[in-house]
Write a protein that binds this ligand. Structure first.
Ligand SMILES: Cc1cc2nc3c(=O)[nH]c(=O)nc-3n(C[C@H](O)[C@H](O)[C@H](O)COP(=O)(O)OP(=O)(O)OC[C@H]3O[C@@H](n4cnc5c(N)ncnc54)[C@H](O)[C@@H]3O)c2cc1C
Length: 485
């Protein structure tokens, strides 16, 4: 245990883990940082760890562990005040800004869930005595070792008309197939683990949105295990990092987080890693009752703010580059993004300013603005991409590569791709970034991610309506209808 890690320490530990990864027909065990499709993103994640060590960021990114006194990541801080919540937000901001909001699964996302669950440890004892201690010990383990966590929450998309227990193939959805002295045994699959192959640990948790019933007991569990636990495999989608240069694929060559199907071939989960076993009601409440959802969404709103700032900067440079800023519809579209950014900032600020202690004494950002943000952004982000396409037009396809621009086609690029504000190569660099934001396979995946990663927005909207106290507003209308003045 040594607290906040460097990038080199992260990579060394990752490579030493015999994680089973299948990607594009190849099977690998360990040495993940050397897998061609993952090499670049692992390097990016290593850079995030290095940021923790930079002298001017040390106090923003880390704090002294109450257990060891070592510096540990700020995402593990259990806030005792509104100021502590803001400190967490400031650290999240550094990582979010580094990727311009394009990395969804920086360590602060899942660490925030574990941090909140540990503060609510006693709640887990309702399931089985001692599970609260399991959560608390797990939190200390990931905090003191600065481990990178991912999570997997969803059952395979086979037949959504019925739950996991009624699927035709009973071997499909990951379920508890045995309980023994050592732990529980899990067989089947889960969808989807972003960053799964290069994380240290995976949280296997209930859905944030879907609720289980009595039939779902074998599918109702929460636990955290190492990504190299025997029997665990990550079956990846094809990579959108095509090994091209930073110039050609500025986002895909850095921030391709990969998504993987998680296969459990009779994975033994030791009892000390179990948080909930076989209790659907507890699974249904885990995020709201422990405030894990609020702390995770704090990271989300911080990241979406960084991403919106990026989109605004990009649109502004693009419209300036080709001299279209003065057109009214261009200004109207730019204004849409400005309004979105201010909305994001206001929601983030309200969540932090209105933070309050939950019933376990953990200061927690206000849920209402966070819930509004997580319902609003999935519908807002696709509009940004549409605006970029409408404003970039054929410029998003007049895109020779770096090899052309600095090779045989140099003169053509300099002459025919020059623009009002930029020379040919700089304009090409800018438009390739715009393309990687709104049109490339990397961009398509980002759009799908922003829409779905927190759960189906349709059902999130249903949950918002069901939980929002509208009674005062109904009463106001009723009162008005009968007013005599
Ligand atoms: C890029 C990306 C990364 C992701 N990363 C992760 C991750 O790291 N960890 C993780 O656990 N999950 C991850 N997810 C999965 C995410 O949690 C799910 O996409 C989300 O919960 C929706 O579930 P689904 O994809 O199975 O869609 P489905 O539930 O199969 O829905 C498909 C369609 O059917 C509709 N539908 C289905 N059932 C109903 C119903 N009962 N009522 C109304 N409409 C319904 C939906 O509205 C939707 O339009 C990721 C997803 C994406 C796209």
């Amino acid at each position: 245990m040594s607290g906040a890690r460097t990038g080199a320490e992260y990579v060394e530990a990752l490579d030493a883990r015999p994680i089973q990864v299948e990607i594009e027909g190849e099977q690998y065990t360990g040495n993940v940082s050397r897998i061609p499709q993952l090499r670049n993103v692992v390097r990016t994640y290593a850079r995030l760890y290095d940021l923790q060590q930079e002298p001017e960021l040390r106090d923003t990114m880390t704090y002294a562990s109450p257990a060891s006194g070592d510096r540990v990541g700020m995402a593990f801080l259990q806030p005792q005040s509104i100021e502590d919540v803001a400190r967490r937000g400031a650290a999240m901001r550094v990582w979010a800004d580094y990727s311009l909001g394009n990395l969804g699964r920086t360590g602060d996302y899942c660490s925030s869930a574990v941090m909140a669950m540990a503060a609510a440890g006693d709640w887990f004892d309702q399931g089985e005595a001692g599970f609260g201690d399991n959560v608390r010990r797990y939190y200390e383990h990931v905090r003191e070792n600065d481990l990178l966590l991912t999570h997997t929450l969803i059952f395979p998309q086979a037949n959504r008309a019925v739950g996991p227990s009624q699927q035709k193939d009973q071997a499909l959805a990951a379920r508890i197939v045995d309980r023994n002295d050592n732990g529980i045994v899990i067989r089947g699959a889960r969808m989807l683990a972003t960053i799964g192959p290069f994380a240290d640990e995976i949280l296997v948790m209930p859905s944030t949105v879907l609720k289980g019933g009595a039939d779902d007991a074998p599918y109702s569990y929460a636990f955290g295990i190492a990504c190299d636990t025997p029997g665990l495999r990550f079956l990846c989608r094809e990579s959108f990092d095509l090994g091209r240069s930073r110039f050609d694929h500025p986002l895909g060559s850095r921030f391709e987080e990969i998504d993987a199907i998680v296969v459990f071939d009779d994975v033994l989960v030791p009892w000390e890693r179990c948080f909930v076993v076989g209790v659907p009601e507890l699974c249904n409440g885990i995020y709201s009752e422990t405030s894990a959802a609020a702390h995770m969404t704090h990271q989300v709103v911080t990241r979406t703010r960084a991403k919106t700032e990026f989109v605004l900067g990009l649109i502004s440079l693009l419209t300036e580059a080709i001299g279209i800023e003065q057109f009214q519809h261009v200004q109207e579209k730019t204004a849409e993004v400005i309004v979105a950014l201010e909305t994001c900032k206001a929601l983030a600020r309200a969540a932090e300013a209105d933070a309050a202690a939950n019933r376990f004494g953990l200061y927690t950002p206000a849920w209402a603005p966070l819930n509004a943000c997580r319902n609003w952004y999935p519908r807002t982000y696709p509009r940004f991409l549409e605006i970029l396409r409408q404003l970039g037009a054929s410029g998003l396809m007049s895109l020779p590569t770096e090899a052309d621009a600095f090779g045989p086609a140099q003169e053509d690029v300099e002459r025919y791709l020059q623009s009002a504000a930029l020379d040919g190569p700089e304009r090409l660099r800018l438009f390739r970034l715009a393309w990687d934001t709104c049109l490339s396979s990397f961009a398509g995946r980002q759009a799908l991610y922003e829409y779905f990663f927190f759960g189906d927005p349709v059902r999130m909207a249903g949950a918002l309506v069901a939980s929002y106290d509208r009674e005062p507003y109904k009463e106001r209308v009723r009162e008005f209808m009968h007013r005599e003045d």
